[in-house]
Design a protein around this ligand. Structure first.
Ligand code: PLP
Ligand code: COI
Length: 339
C-alpha cells in the first residue's frame, strides 16, 4: 500500500492485501494452515470447484474500535453457517476454532488495511473452501483448500445509508429444495443475469420471490430483506431458500430488545407492500441499505419519502453499527475481540 487509501471511497472491490491464509485437506485431515503472500491459487484443471461448483464461502468483517482495538462480529455464526454449507456440498467441515483462528491471523497480518475508527471503512474477510485435485466424474473431491483473504471496504450498495431502488425479477436464484439456504457459489452464478438486467435498468439489484409460487419476497441478490409496518412491527421473510443472514438475526434481536418492537419472521407478499412504511436490505456487505422503491410488474412502490432514510431504519443502523464497532454494549457472545 504505497499510497494512502481513501477509506470512504473504497466501495466494495478487490484490493490485494499483504497476507492470506491457506489450509489443505488431504487424506481425511486438515493441515495446520499458513499465511502466504501469493494471491494466486494453482489448482488442477479437473478440480470440482471449476466444473461442478463444489465451493462454499463466507463473509464477515473486522471493525476498529474507538480505543484502537479490533473486533470481529459473531464469527462463530459464520463458522457455523460454513459448516452447514460444506455439509450440503459434501465438503469437509472446518472446526470453529480453526475458522476463527484463521480469521484472527489474517486480520493481524493485514492490520494496516483496517481504517482508523469512525472513517466508515472496515476490513472484509472472505473465507472460502474449494474442491481441488484430479476428479472429473460428478462426485465429491478428495482434496480441498480452505482460504481466507481480506480487503478494506466501505459501502456495498451505492450511497451506503441512502435509499436505493430494487427490481423484482422473474428469475429464481435458488430452487425450492435446492441450495438457497447455503452460501455456495452456484446461487450467485444464477443471480448474475437477473442482476445485470436490474443494473441495466438503473436498479441497484433485484429482489427474488419465492421459487414455488412467486408471490412472496425472499431476499435481495446479496442481502436479506426487512420491513417496518405502519403499526411498528419488524418483519423479515421466512423461507428455507433464503440465506440465513447473521445480520438479519442480529436485527431481529436489536429490534426486539433495544427498540422494543414486535418482531416476526413471516411471509411477505409482494402484492401487500403497502403494509410497510420502511423497508431495507441487510447483510455483512450491505450493512443496512434503505430501499426507496421496489418495481414489480412495471409499477414502482415507494417507501418513506423514497429519498430519505426512515427513523426506524436509522435507529437499527445506529444500534447495529454501534455494536459492531464497540460503541454500544453488545449482547453476550456477539463480539470477538482480537486485541
Ligand atoms: N443473502 C445473501 C444472498 C447474501 O449473499 C448475504 C451475504 O452474506 C446475505 C443474505 C446476508 O448475510 P449476512 O448477514 O450473514 O452477511
Ligand atoms: C456478504 O455480505 O458477506 C456477502 O457475501 C454478500 C455479497 C458480497 C456476495
Amino acid at each position: 500500500m504505497e499510497q494512502q487509501l481513501d477509506w470512504q471511497k473504497l466501495g466494495f472491490s478487490y484490493t490485494k492485501t499483504d497476507f492470506r491464509y491457506i489450509s489443505k485437506w488431504k487424506d481425511g485431515k486438515w493441515d495446520d494452515g499458513e499465511l502466504v503472500t501469493d494471491n494466486n491459487l494453482l489448482i488442477n484443471e479437473s478440480s470440482t470447484c471449476l466444473h461442478y461448483g463444489q465451493q462454499a464461502f463466507e463473509g464477515l468483517k473486522a471493525y476498529r474500535r474507538k480505543d484502537g482495538g479490533i473486533q470481529l462480529f459473531r464469527p462463530d455464526e459464520n463458522a457455523k453457517r460454513m459448516r452447514l454449507s460444506c455439509r450440503r456440498l459434501l465438503m469437509p467441515e472446518i472446526p470453529e476454532e480453526k475458522f476463527i483462528d484463521a480469521c484472527v491471523q489474517v486480520v493481524k497480518a493485514n492490520e494496516r488495511f483496517l481504517a482508523p475508527y469512525g472513517v466508515g471503512s472496515t476490513l472484509y474477510l472472505r473465507p472460502f473452501m474449494i474442491g481441488v485435485g484430479e476428479n472429473i466424474g460428478v462426485k465429491p473431491s478428495k482434496e480441498y483448500l480452505f482460504c481466507i483473504f481480506c480487503m478494506p471496504v466501505s459501502t456495498y450498495f451505492k450511497g451506503g445509508l441512502q435509499p436505493v431502488n430494487f427490481l423484482v425479477t422473474d428469475y429464481d436464484r435458488a430452487a425450492p429444495h435446492g441450495t438457497g439456504g447455503s452460501k455456495v457459489g452456484g446461487n450467485y452464478a444464477a443471480s448474475l443475469y437477473p442482476h445485470q438486467i436490474a443494473k441495466d435498468r438503473g436498479f441497484q439489484d433485484c429482489i427474488y420471490l419465492d421459487p414455488t409460487t412467486h408471490t412472496k419476497i425472499e431476499e435481495v441478490g446479496a442481502a436479506n430483506f426487512f420491513g417496518i409496518t405502519h403499526d411498528n412491527k419488524f418483519i423479515t421473510p421466512i423461507s428455507p431458500s433464503i440465506l440465513p443472514s447473521i445480520t438479519k438475526y442480529s436485527l431481529l434481536h436489536i429490534a426486539k430488545e433495544y427498540l422494543h418492537l414486535e418482531v416476526e419472521e413471516a411471509d411477505v407478499y409482494i402484492d401487500k407492500l403497502d403494509i410497510f412504511k420502511e423497508v431495507g436490505a441487510c447483510g455483512t456487505a450491505a450493512v443496512i441499505t434503505p430501499i426507496g422503491g421496489i418495481e414489480f410488474v412495471g409499477k414502482m412502490h415507494t417507501f418513506y419519502s423514497q429519498t430519505e432514510v426512515g427513523p426506524f431504519t436509522k435507529e437499527l443502523y445506529r444500534y447495529l453499527t454501534g455494536i459492531q464497532q464497540g460503541d454500544i454494549e453488545a449482547p453476550v457472545g456477539w463480539i470477538y475481540p482480537i486485541k
